[in-house]
Design a binder for this molecule. Structure first.
Ligand SMILES: *[C@@H]1O[C@H](CO)[C@@H](O)[C@H](O)[C@H]1NC(C)=O
Length: 461
């Protein structure tokens, strides 16, 4: 047994060095040492190695509607997914590793064929082709692998689970962005021009000054634009520069004024700059400061989603965990063919151990691969779709009429005039610092004037 094991180890060492696990992507190695950059790319022309797997991430940005769900649940899913098996991006990515384990299996099979005796096509056993003292059959007991498989399973479960949680968290950050950009623009639009404090009892909540429609449109338009500029900058900042930098600049320049666009584009931290511009735009809105406070709470949520996303982008699952998983699974799978040989004695010269090794390694390396693909979620989230949706939603919200259409109609004022007891009116007016002459309230015309004055004072509160 010892000698068999030594031979197997030597072969494996050779196999792993030549075929398998050289770093496939030099860029990935490099970029892991650079710090995360939130401004313009330092060198936009820097070449980025794009492997098949990296390129395919663009097509993983799925957005589901009812039709996709129907397809997703359909009973054809097993058959149709089996027929598309060879097109699987995950399997393409693990090609080298699977080739390595299958080569080991083929080697074990061939070695044992020549050194251990073989059976020809008519079922007759023959002596070994190489008759030498050191040329003996190689193999390992299956127990080693069955003992290790629960630990391997647990490692893989944790790995996929941790990666899924990262994806989920990133998706939820964008969910919060979507919700709170709506919230912000809704409040800004509905409260525009309302000087009274929220919930104050100051009687009629009418607008103090007549709202200038052009000014309102401009100021709210700015709020909507900078809300969009923020999420768009956040998307750019979480995407690879070569994929998004040009589009980002073009989009910003097409929507913002040249100065505004330049200010954001040239900032070292663009999302921060866009948030700052958004704060300034909110500050310019004519409304009670308590209402603005409420609106500003959304901006703090944006800081959190931005910061949380930066954390996900800059910190992978601790590397020693991923490394150990990768080493464990590689060694387990590379040695497995030695143990499988003995298990396939029923097939012709144990030949079925080769396809078995291939299948097992596809499935197990596949799990590790998808966990790794999921670990950095931003390049598989449909962030461009989110940004476009946010931009369109906010533009629509700020286009709606707000306080200006909710002026109290003249008939209602007349009605109030009839119902409101004179005494109350007088005392209210006195309370607000107005003066009332006894006889004035008798005349309906003047009474109405006073009421209007009362309304105007009330709005100023
Ligand atoms: C494969 O299965 C998934 C999950 O059910 C489904 O969403 C997808 O549409 C299927 N793929 C094909 C090619 O049918």
């Amino acid at each position: 047994m010892i000698s068999r094991f030594t031979i197997a180890t030597a072969i494996l060492a050779a196999a792993t060095q030549t075929v398998a696990f050289a770093p496939a992507n030099k860029h990935a190695v490099l970029s892991s040492t650079t710090s995360i950059n939130m401004g313009p790319p330092i060198d936009p022309s820097a070449p980025v190695t794009e492997t098949y797997g990296e390129g395919s991430r663009k097509y993983r940005r799925t957005v589901y509607t009812h039709n996709e769900w129907v397809k997703h649940r359909s009973s054809d899913r097993f058959v149709s997914n089996l027929t598309t098996l060879t097109g699987s991006g995950i399997y393409k990515n693990i090609g080298k590793e699977v080739l390595a384990t299958t080569s080991v299996a083929a080697f074990v099979w061939a070695w044992n064929f020549v050194s251990g005796g073989y059976e020809d096509f008519s079922g007759v056993m023959h002596d070994p082709l190489i008759a030498s003292k050191w040329a003996t059959e190689i193999g390992l007991p299956l127990t080693i692998f069955t003992t290790l498989s629960p630990s391997l399973g647990l490692l893989l479960v944790f790995r996929t689970n941790a990666s899924y949680n990262r994806w989920d968290e990133a998706r939820k950050f964008w969910g919060l962005n979507i919700n709170h950009t709506r919230d912000l623009n809704r409040m800004a639009t509905a409260w525009y021009g309302n000087d009274s404090s929220p919930g104050s009892a100051s009687a009629p909540k009418q607008i103090a000054k007549a709202i200038d429609p052009a000014e309102r449109e401009y100021l709210l338009g700015q709020v909507s634009l900078f809300t969009w500029a923020f999420v768009r900058s956040m998307k750019r900042h979480l995407s690879p520069p070569d994929e998004d930098e040009e589009d980002y600049i073009a989009e910003l320049k097409s929507r913002l004024s040249p100065e505004q666009a330049d200010a954001i584009i040239s900032a070292t931290h663009r999302p921060n700059r866009a948030l700052f511009d958004l704060s300034v735009a909110i500050e310019k809105l004519p409304m009670h400061f308590m209402r603005k406070n409420e609106i500003n709470k959304n901006l703090s949520i944006f800081e959190d989603t931005l910061g949380g996303s930066e954390r996900l982008l800059s910190s992978p699952v601790p590397l020693f965990y991923s490394r150990h998983t990768a080493r464990f699974i590689s060694i387990w799978l590379l040695f497995l063919p030695f143990a499988l040989y003995g298990q396939f004695g029923d097939s012709w010269n144990h030949i079925m151990m080769i396809p078995a090794s291939l299948l097992i390694s596809v499935f197990l390396f596949g799990i590790e691969e998808l966990a790794t693909q999921l670990e950095e979620p931003f390049t598989i989230l449909p962030m461009q779709g989110f940004c476009d949706k946010i931009g369109a939603n906010c533009d629509e919200i700020v286009s709606w009429a707000g306080q200006d259409v909710y002026k109290i109609p003249d008939e209602v004022i007349e009605q109030m005039e009839m119902e409101r007891p004179e005494l109350e009116m007088k005392s209210n007016l006195a309370l607000l610092g107005g003066e009332v002459e006894e006889d004035v309230v008798e005349e309906p015309k003047k009474k109405r004037k006073i009421l209007k004055k009362l309304l105007r004072i009330g709005e100023g509160m």
